[in-house]
Ligand binder design. Structure first.
Ligand code: ADP
Length: 624
């Protein structure tokens, strides 16, 4: 909620900033446009002024060249005589001489015409005497230059020739006699066409206007005789009085003057009716009574200003775009950094969480380890206690078994010895011998038991060897013969010759077999069928010797435990519960294994698996 309000505020602010920037940019663009226009117009003005200076000095020089001509020529004697004595006998000759003379001078000076006027204003001689538009006989008394010269001053005038219709500048000066009296006037007319032609080669438009603003000379033929000032009746009358423009009536030009800063602008309508704007500079030339105007087309300058403004706007736009892009990039960068920071914080939080979890787990594990160690110690202690108890119990049971095994033969030996004593007295030596034989057998049996116990007690460390299973079985059967006979067991063996020797210790193997046979005898004891079956087979390098009986078999519930030490189902004094445990470990020592299964006779079947002995291993029992 707060975040979206913040975003809205940011958006509004951005919009306001954008609007202000836009207004500023427009104002700036307008300002730049105006400044560029002003700059280019001023530049144009400077160019026009340079042109004005050039043109003005050229014009002044040009006028000065002809200004002194009347003065120079006025002193010429033939001319003076001609004007002094117009009616002399040789006039015709002098006139023609004057004509020729004027013609020559005109050609040398490059002026339009040179002519001599009498005091009444009639032209007496002229350089153009031979042409149809000759000035000879023309009266110029109306021309201001004539009146000026006649009064003794230098006459100047510019205007359209009334006879020739050609524009020109007129200079006139008095011709004096030797006494200094004015007797005539000499005038020079200079054409302006050449000067105008030079002006046309430039881009600037050049105008020369008279005091009333009427264009007398112009680089644009259209503008000739057009008034660049309002053409008042007074001005028009003045022009007509001097016949400056002969038959041509000046007209008013379509002119509109404005200003851009310090630059004067004038819009002039041409004959083609379209308006053209010019920069105008002008100068009054007092010697000639002229105003010189230089006009420069403003359109290219304005176009340049527009280009500069356009470029500026483009630059401004590009800068604005750049700024926007920069702003967006910075915003993105800020967002990215914020996201990175958030991710970092999240990661740190998770690491912290995980660390706490791990620490907890570690503490739990440590506690568990401690607990296990304690349990293990407790277990070991209990086990040690149990072993101790078991040992004591085993000792008691072994003692019981031992006394049973020894006491019986001892009692029998005593009986045999007692009866032998009586039989000796009776002289029945044969029966005495029989008794002694029995006694020897019993003693042998007791010795065997003793030996057996000794064998059990000691763990021989001797090496294994090849043992003939048939021999080992025969030995074991011999050891157990009494017991087997006692229970009335029917023993059957099936030990093929080709079995080969098994890898074992002969004495310990016999011990195992005795154990198994004793257990089998115990199992079949008192049963209707009392069969014990010993058989062996070879599978590859393994020999499997099975002792099976027709006893009750091993109940599945105790099958796992019968190999545990001291596990017995037999009553006190009857079983130690060590037989299978010892046997299991002995077979394991041989590299074989001892398992229990269900026998074919319905009882238990104990299987001894042994490796076949290497041929190099010694055979026999003596070595162990
Ligand atoms: P003990 O014979 O002194 O009891 P053993 O370790 O030799 O000790 O045997 C452990 C137990 O295994 C016996 O108490 C008996 O329950 C069972 N057992 C051993 N051999 C047989 C067998 N052939 N048939 C049935 N049960 C047997």
């Amino acid at each position: 909620m707060a975040q979206s309000r913040e975003a809205d505020r940011f958006k509004n602010e951005s919009a306001r900033v954008l609007a202000v920037c836009f207004v500023l940019a427009v104002a700036l663009a307008i300002g730049v446009g105006q400044a560029a226009t002003q700059f280019h117009l001023r530049e144009g003005q400077a160019r026009a002024e340079a042109m004005l200076n050039l043109t003005a000095s050229a014009l002044s020089g040009w006028l000065r060249r002809f200004e002194i001509v009347p003065q120079l020529l006025a002193d010429d004697e033939p001319l003076r005589r001609l004007v002094m004595e117009p009616h002399a006998i040789d006039t015709e000759y002098r006139v023609s001489e004057a004509h020729r003379w004027l013609e020559e001078r005109n050609a040398i000076l490059g002026s339009s015409e040179i002519y001599v006027i009498g005091l009444d204003g009639t032209t007496l001689a002229a350089s153009n005497h031979a042409r149809p538009d000759s000035f000879v006989g023309q009266n110029f008394s109306y021309r201001p230059y004539f009146t000026e010269a006649r009064s003794g001053r230098v006459g100047r005038f510019f205007g359209l020739g009334t006879t020739s219709g050609i524009r020109g500048y007129y200079f006139a000066g008095p011709i004096r006699d030797l006494a200094g009296r004015i007797v005539g006037v000499i005038a020079v007319k200079v054409g302006v066409d050449k000067v105008e032609a030079e002006w046309r080669s430039g881009v600037e438009r050049i105008i020369v206007s008279d005091a009333d603003g009427i264009a007398f000379m112009s680089s644009e033929p259209d503008w000739l005789y057009a008034a660049f000032k309002p053409l008042t009746a007074e001005r028009l009358a003045r022009a007509q009085a001097s016949k400056r423009y002969a038959d041509v009536t000046p007209r008013e030009a379509r002119v509109d003057r404005t200003a851009a800063g310090e630059v004067d602008l004038v819009t002039v309508g041409s004959r083609a009716a379209h308006l053209v704007e010019y920069i105008e500079v002008r100068r009054f030339m007092p010697a000639a009574g002229w105003s010189l105007h230089v006009l420069l087309d403003a359109a290219p300058l304005r176009a340049q200003a527009r280009i500069v403004t356009g470029l500026f706007i483009a630059l401004l736009g590009a800068s604005a775009l750049g700024l926007i892009a920069l702003r967006q990039w910075r915003q993105r960068e800020r967002d990215r950094l914020a996201m990175k920071e958030a991710a970092k914080i999240e990661l740190e939080r998770r690491v912290e969480e995980r660390t706490v979890e791990l620490e907890t787990a570690n503490r739990l594990i440590a506690a568990e380890v401690m607990e296990r160690r304690a349990t293990e110690t407790e277990l070991r202690r209990t086990q040690a206690d149990l072993v101790q108890a078991g040992k004591l119990s085993a000792l008691g049971r072994i003692s019981a078994a031992l006394s049973h095994e020894i006491n019986q033969p001892l009692a029998a030996v005593r009986n045999y010895a007692d009866s032998a004593t009586l039989l000796i007295d009776r002289g029945e030596t044969d029966r005495v011998r029989g008794n002694l034989h029995q006694i020897l057998k019993l003693v042998d049996r007791m010795a065997a038991i003793s030996r057996h116990l000794r064998e059990v007690a000691r763990k021989p460390e001797t090496a294994l060897q090849g043992v003939n299973l048939a021999e080992a079985v025969a030995e074991a059967l011999a050891v157990c013969a009494a017991r087997l006979a006692a229970v009335g067991a029917e023993v059957k063996t099936d030990l093929p010759e080709e079995l080969g020797p098994a890898r074992a210790g002969p004495v310990r193997l016999q011990q195992v077999l005795v154990n198994l046979l004793t257990n089998a005898a115990d199992a079949v004891e008192g049963r209707e069928m009392r069969r014990i079956h010993l058989f062996a087979r070879r599978v590859g390098t393994r020999i499997f010797l099975t002792v099976s009986d027709s006893g009750p078999g091993v109940a599945p519930a105790i099958a796992d435990r019968i190999f545990d030490p001291f596990f017995t189902t037999k009553g006190i004094g009857a079983g130690l519960g060590l037989g299978l445990s010892i046997s299991y470990n002995i077979i394991k020592d041989f590299g074989g294994h001892l398992t229990v299964d269900r026998g074919l006779e319905g009882g238990a079947a104990f299987v001894v698996a042994l490796d076949v002995a290497d041929p190099g291993e010694q055979r026999g029992m003596a070595a162990e």
